[in-house]
Structures are given as C-alpha cells and as structure tokens.
Design a protein around this ligand. Structure first.
Ligand code: 7TS
Length: 402
C-alpha cells in the first residue's frame, strides 16, 4: 500500500519542517477541521439550544449533527453521547457522577497499573470518599492486561471495572469485550478509557457492551479541549450530574429543581460549540482513510523503526509486540529528557517523561521513557529522521562518557 502521507492537509507543516511523532499526546489538525472552526465563528457564532432565532437554530443543527456522527462512529445512539472537556473530564464524570453515589465500603473497583492518571486518580479519590477499594489486575510479563488475570481479581464485591482500551505507553490492546462479559456476569459496571483506541481502532460499543466509554477529540484530528463520554442510556439516566447550572436544568424553583434528560443533563452551560461542530470534520477525515488502511500504515512505520532500533546498541524497546503504532524506548544509561534535547535539535517532536502513567513507570522500573507515536501524516522519512537522530544521540552520550 502506498504511504498514507497526508502532510499537505496539515497546515502546521507549511511553517515547520518537523517529524511529528507525538500524536499519542495530541494529534495535528487538518485544514478541514480548522476551516469548520472558523466557518462557525464567521457564519453562526450563536449559542445552541436557546435562541428561537435562525442563527441559533442553525448552530444547534450543526452541533447535533456532530453528536449524531459521533454516535454513528462508535455505533451508539444520539442520546448516549455526552460532550465533555476531554477524556479526563469524561472519566471524572463517571467516577463522581456514577461511582460516588453507587459505591459503598467494601466494594471494589478494578483498574490496572497501565492506566493513564486520568483513569487512576478519579477512582483513587472516589474510593477514598466511599470506603471502596481499588484493586489492580496483575499485568502479564509483557505488561498486558489479560482475561485470566482479570478473572483472578473479579468477585462479587467488584462494582466497577475501569480499564484502558489501549495503553498510552505500551500501545497494547486490552481484550475489553471478554473482560466486559466477565464483569457483567458479576453485575459490575464497565468503563473503558478509549483515549488511545478511538483514534486508531474501529470501536463498536454495542459489540463491546461496555457501560461507559471515554475519548478525546484532540487525539483524533479534532479540536483541543473536547471529549466524549458514551454511556448506555439507562446508565446515563441513573447517573448524577456533577455540574449544575444553565442548559442542564429542566425546571428550577426554590422548592427544588429537575434536570434535562441525558445527554443535556451533563452538558452544563455554553458548550465548546465551534469545537463540537468542527469535530464532525475530524470524524469524516478518519472515516475517509478507514481504520484498516490506518492500521497497516502505522504498523509499517512501527516495524521500520523497530528493525532499525534492534541494530542500535543500547536502545531498549519496552513494547516490541504492541499492536498499535507506538514505540516506547530508552537509551540505556541516559535520561530521556537529555535524549529528547538532542532530537529536538533535529526537529523531531517526541514525548519524554512518565506519560502521566507513573504506576506503569514503577512497574517498568524506570523513571521515564521516550515514546514515538505514529499517525496519518507520518512517513518513512520521519522514521529515518528519528533513527538517525537516535544514532547521533547514542554516539554523543557514549563520547560524553554517559
Ligand atoms: N487516557 C489515556 C489513555 C490517555 O492517553 C490520555 C492522554 C488521557 C486519558 C487524557 O486525555 P485528555 O484529552 O483528557 O488529556 N494521554 C496523553 C499522553 O499519553 N501524553 O499526553 C497526554
């Protein structure tokens, strides 16, 4: 298959000769998405759900069109899609909207050491407030969540299972459908962190059968500051809002108030309308490429880098068997922040750090790693630039005696 390089669609490359390998942190934005953002401000700019005038009606129609497209994208229903500030706030909404009022002392929440802090800290806090206990799925030798290990910690006290669909450091895919089936056999509710899967895999919430699923627009070509919470209709109906105010209310009086039906119950105040409207274009862009072609492309780039790294002494890769386009590595004996300084001189954008996954860093026995993540706009040339720069860094630090 021809390279998927679509660099020309991303204006950031007009100004920057950069090998951008940090999509797992945030993706770049295509012209069509930027165009829709400005189109909203140029031609509508009115609020949604309120005005009885034409511009507000039209803005509401555009806003709802994205909700409909998002629902179709993951095979959900229109009312099951809640717009949030990001995956983090979607996961916090489940923890504090559902967890806080449904957990009791002695109940258990299953998570894992693979979790991003956004699917770890909310559960740790809710456990503290409710007397529930956080239980960790033991990871396999490779660092994976496997069904048997999950079954070993699941029991009748398990009330919530909150797991990452794809690890933001290892890139492994969690067998979430089988885990959900097991969890449901104990009547536990399943919340999936899909921040790293929605950009790369076809998600079908009906097939997975999870109760909640969270992801971010900005990791899948959409605007920053926007996320999605999917919740099964009956779950959202029984979940408490965590923010109160305009738009989410049905009737307000001194004697008590009532809330709108989901999803509006969870979208308090004026939402990020332009971002929602423009997210439509990101979904369209991804669908035009297709997840099969995307996966092939990402795997090709990943394999190319892995082959080259296997010939560079002192490069240690932590996730050689990852199914998604992510290579997490270190140069042995050198702090990744020092390495990334060398790579930055060559205009290579790469994440170095703990990737907001400190429990996983502890599990790996490192303080930090480097991570190269690939997406639609990356090319073999980007990979060559990375490989050459890593070789240069190895030589540099060797000569410096580090
Ligand atoms: N969950 C996972 C698995 C993530 O990778 C991230 C962000 C989040 C949740 C939070 O998403 P947000 O949009 O609310 O910020 N991950 C990363 C990363 O790996 N590097 O920077 C951000």
């Amino acid at each position: 298959m021809e390279s998927l390089s679509l660099k020309k669609d991303f204006p950031v490359f007009d100004q920057n000769d950069i090998a951008y390998l940090d999509t797992a942190a945030t993706s770049l934005t295509p012209r069509s998405v930027i165009g829709k953002l400005t189109d909203y401000y140029n031609n509508y700019s009115a609020n949604v759900h309120r005005g009885v005038y034409r511009l507000s009606h039209e803005a509401t129609e555009l806003y709802n069109a994205t909700r409909e497209a998002t629902a179709r994208f993951i095979n959900a229903e229109f009312e099951e899609i809640v717009f949030t500030r990001g995956a983090s706030s979607a996961l916090n909404l489940v923890a504090f909207g559902y967890g806080l009022s449904n957990l009791n002392p002695g109940d258990e929440i299953i998570i894992s050491e693979l979790e991003h802090h956004s699917n770890f800290l909310p559960w740790q806090q809710v456990a503290k407030k409710t007397g529930a206990k956080v239980v960790y799925v033991p990871l396999s030798e490779e660092g994976r969540i496997e069904v048997e290990a999950f079954a070993s910690v699941l029991n009748e006290n398990t009330k919530i299972v909150a797991l990452t669909h794809v690890s933001n450091v290892m890139g492994y895919i969690t067998p979430i459908k089988a885990i959900t089936e097991l969890a449901h056999s104990q009547n536990a509710v399943v919340c999936v962190d899909a921040a790293q899967s929605a950009p790369h895999l076809q998600i079908d919430v009906k097939e997975i059968d999870c109760d909640f699923l969270a992801f971010s627009s900005h990791k899948m070509l959409g605007p920053k500051g926007l996320g999605v919470l999917y919740g099964k209709k009956k779950r959202l109906e029984n979940m408490e809002p965590v923010e109160y105010g305009g738009d989410m209310v049905e009737t307000a009086s001194k004697d008590g108030s009532t809330w709108q039906a989901p999803p509006l119950k969870f979208e308090t105040g004026t939402p990020p309308i332009a971002s929602v409207v423009a997210f439509f274009e990101a979904l369209r862009y991804l669908q035009n490429i297709g997840f099969v072609a995307l996966k092939e492309h990402e795997q090709r780039l990943k394999k190319y880098v892995l082959d080259a790294f296997s010939n560079i002494e002192s490069v240690k890769v932590y996730n050689p068997t990852s199914e998604t386009g992510m290579v997490t590595f270190n140069i042995e004996g050198v702090h990744p922040h020092d390495v990334v300084t060398v790579l930055d001189e060559d205009n290579i954008a790469l994440r170095a750090g703990h990737h907001c996954a400190q429990p996983l860093m502890q599990w790996l026995g490192v303080v930090a790693t480097l991570r190269a993540s690939f997406y639609v706009y990356n090319t073999l040339e980007d990979c060559d630039r990375l490989i050459e720069s890593v070789k240069k860094a190895v030589t540099f630090f060797k000569e410096a005696g580090l």
